[in-house]
Ligand binder design. Structure first.
Ligand SMILES: [Zn+2]
Length: 173
């Protein structure tokens, strides 16, 4: 004995529409099945089942859904609040693009400088640059990065050391 008709209880939090005259008649049974069928429903919540209106989650615009979801699709495509949220999230969270490494800018020099710094700061012996675990790590972290030999690393360390000393000199002048 499941009473599928009493779905209006879920809309009790949406007070934006005038209180409907709640009749004891059951709404047409297909309204419940129809809901959530389309992808567009993730942008909307039902604001009034009696009036068959859904409100946009972003700007609260009420859209009638009794004639299908085309007007909802149309709204999402021009909803300014939604557009703004989307551009914000796509520029602030780089993590979203992890799946596509092509977007990440590859900078051999920057990685190399960071690596040299790491070896100095962590006091890692230069020969460890040839360690297979380090190679394995780098091949996963940055497949295009060319790991240098220990002699090159030592030379780079000296170079960096020199340039850092230069900077120190400049700043202490
Ligand atoms: Zn909207």
């Amino acid at each position: 004995m499941t009473n599928v008709g009493t779905t209006y209880a879920t809309s009790e939090n949406t007070v934006s529409t005038p209180p409907p005259t709640i009749s004891n008649e059951m709404p047409p049974p297909h309204t419940k099945k129809r809901r959530n069928r389309s992808e567009v429903w993730k942008h909307f919540i039902v604001s009034s089942e009696e009036e068959q209106k859904a409100s946009c989650k972003y700007c609260d615009t009420k859209i009638k859904y009794n004639n299908g979801t085309s007007s909802m699709h149309a709204h999402v495509s021009r909803c300014l609040v939604y557009k703004r949220q989307r551009t914000l999230s796509s520029t602030t969270s780089v993590e979203e693009h992890v799946g596509s490494p092509l977007i990440v800018k590859f900078d051999q020099e920057a990685i190399r400088r960071a690596m040299v710094k790491m070896f100095i700061n962590m006091e890692i012996p230069f020969r460890k640059v040839e360690h297979e675990s380090f190679h394995e790590f780098m091949s996963l972290a940055s497949p295009r990065f060319q790991i240098c030999s220990r002699t090159t690393l030592a030379r780079d360390v000296l170079k960096l050391w020199d340039s850092e000393r230069m900077i120190l000199k400049i700043f202490s002048l």
